[in-house]
Design a protein around this ligand. Structure first.
Ligand SMILES: C[S@@+](CC[C@H](N)C(=O)[O-])C[C@H]1O[C@@H](n2cnc3c(N)ncnc32)[C@H](O)[C@@H]1O
Length: 194
């Protein structure tokens, strides 16, 4: 898992971007979550979103990399942290009112499986909120196809992922797409339909 290697320097490397625009995007993404609900985060990383969680009935932050979770540990005392693959979530059906992920679906090997899992563990009509870099439209898309050859082998990161389409094909209803930076990053609001 490549993020085991990145973990130690992840916060330091992302700090300028967090300051510049990322924390604003994280905050905006989590503002779509319901209050006093059961919330699941997947790919929580080192916990960049923890300070923006709404008031929750309970909250679970899941992450595949043990090393990333080690850095997340010190940042919360109310969110339950769990090491798991988003493709095999260890929760019963309909355990959550809503789920979210920020900058995660680009690195999940089988996003269809992860969406199927989200659909299983989130209740009917529950929200799934995503902030993801995706394959942009037009010429940029072809550039991202080319870049992806390198990003996949270097960082296990699919630069040309059509995350909205994959979510839709997995049976989620797309309610809203907010494009950022020429459509390279999208805030995608989905709803679970069983
Ligand atoms: C770019 S980081 C984003 C971390 C955090 N969400 C944020 O916004 O700062 C991507 C994260 O997704 C996690 N990840 C990748 N594949 C995963 C999978 N199959 N299941 C769960 N987490 C995964 C990585 O370990 C990493 O922590």
């Amino acid at each position: 898992m490549i993020y085991d290697k990145f973990a130690e320097n992840y916060d330091k490397a992302f700090a300028p971007f967090e300051k510049w625009f990322l924390s604003g995007w994280h905050k905006e993404t989590l503002s779509y979550l319901p209050e006093n609900a059961k919330i699941l985060e997947i790919g929580a990383g080192t916990g960049a979103n923890f300070r923006f969680y709404p008031k929750c009935k309970y909250a679970v932050a899941s992450e595949i990399s043990f090393a990333m979770l080690e850095f997340a540990k010190g940042k919360t005392d109310f969110i339950k942290l769990i090491q798991t693959d988003a493709e095999i979530l260890p929760f019963a059906e309909n355990s959550f009112d809503a789920a979210f992920a920020t900058l995660v679906f680009c690195s999940i090997p089988n996003p269809n499986r992860a969406f199927a899992e989200l659909k299983r563990v989130v209740k009917e009509n529950g929200k799934v909120i995503l902030l993801e870099h995706v394959r942009p439209k037009g010429l940029l898309g072809y550039i991202f196809d080319f870049l992806s050859i390198f990003t996949v082998s270097l960082f296990e990161d699919y630069f040309n992922r059509r995350t909205t389409k994959i979510a839709e094909n997995s049976g989620l209803e797309i309610l809203q797409i907010k494009q950022k930076t020429f459509g390279i990053v999208n805030l995608i609001v989905c709803e679970v339909k069983k």
